[in-house]
Design a protein around this ligand. Structure first.
Ligand code: MF3
Ligand code: CO
Length: 278
């Protein structure tokens, strides 16, 4: 069942989305060489609670943390540990929270210090795939149109699109209908309507699309050990332009975040040159 959100519900989705963006920006800032994954998880949880919100992932089918932190060949659902980030790593930060009954869910992949050109390309292609998917998320289009848009960005690079994990509706539950696969053949012809809110989240591997899950029963890694990237936004379908609920732009006016966002925008264009923001 697909829920159409009322204006009041959309207002709450905007609020929770903004908070998600704030947390992700802070996490991106903190993801520098020497940082432990568990410290990022703690930061995410502390910020969330300070907003009067609840982490969406903690307790979700037994997941014990607030953040999923997936490093290098880890695709999604990386479990925060004592692992220390090193120069050259890329880290997928996937985070959701529940504010006044409504969830926001978003993910970014960031470079830890200087990373390889291959990593930069993978990240920028995955991010462009997300934005292409968002651009196709318009009333009258179908779920398959979104998937097709994502696939068409990735295909020319011969990267692997992960099939096992998909985007989803989002609202009072973290995962609602419909499922939003990142490849056309897996997608439905469900029509998008104004008031639907969905999370679009392409996961793209440098090599094979195939993944396996580690013995911790959460961490998904690429089968061939090559790098993977993941970006996600929660969005609302409108009468016109798709509305990004978890946009980093929404924290642009926050003085603390201003410099950081500019920096991230700069390095996410085509290169993740230069050091992480201090
Ligand atoms: N952001 C992911 C998703 O959209 C991860 C949630 S899985 C959890 O589905 F168990 F960690 F919550
Ligand atoms: Co999600």
């Amino acid at each position: 069942m697909i829920y159409i959100k009322s204006n009041r519900e959309l207002e709450l989705m905007r609020e929770s989305g903004k908070l998600v963006a704030k947390v992700l920006m802070s996490l991106a800032k903190a993801a520098v060489p020497g940082t432990k994954l568990i410290e990022l998880d703690r930061l995410a949880e502390e910020m969330t609670l300070s907003f009067g919100a609840k982490p969406s992932f903690k307790g979700y089918i037994g997941y014990k943390h607030s953040l999923c932190a997936s490093v290098n060949e880890q695709v999604v659902h990386g479990v925060p540990s004592e692992r220390i980030l090193r120069e050259g790593d890329i880290i997928g930060l996937d985070f959701g929270l529940n504010y006044q009954g409504f969830h926001g869910d978003s993910a970014i992949t960031v470079a830890v210090g200087n990373v390889s050109d291959e990593a930069k390309l993978l990240m920028s292609v995955t991010k462009m795939a997300l934005y292409a998917g968002i651009d196709a998320a318009r009333a009258g289009n179908t779920v398959r149109d979104v998937a097709t848009a994502i696939e068409s960005v990735v295909k020319p690079h011969s990267f692997g699109i992960v099939k096992e994990f998909v985007g989803h509706g989002i609202g009072q539950k973290l995962h609602e209908d419909p499922q939003i696969p990142n490849y056309a053949a897996g997608a439905s012809s469900v029509k998008l309507k104004p008031g639907m809110t969905i999370a679009i989240e392409p996961m793209v591997n440098r090599g094979t699309h195939k993944v396996k899950v580690l013995a911790d029963r959460w961490t998904a890694v690429t089968e061939d050990g090559q790098l993977s990237a993941h970006y996600e936004h929660s969005i609302a379908i409108t009468d016109g332009e798709p509305e990004i609920l978890t946009a980093w732009e929404s924290v642009l006016n926050d003085a603390d975040s201003q410099e950081l966002v500019n920096h991230l925008k700069e390095r996410s264009k085509y290169g993740q040159r230069g050091p992480n923001p201090a």
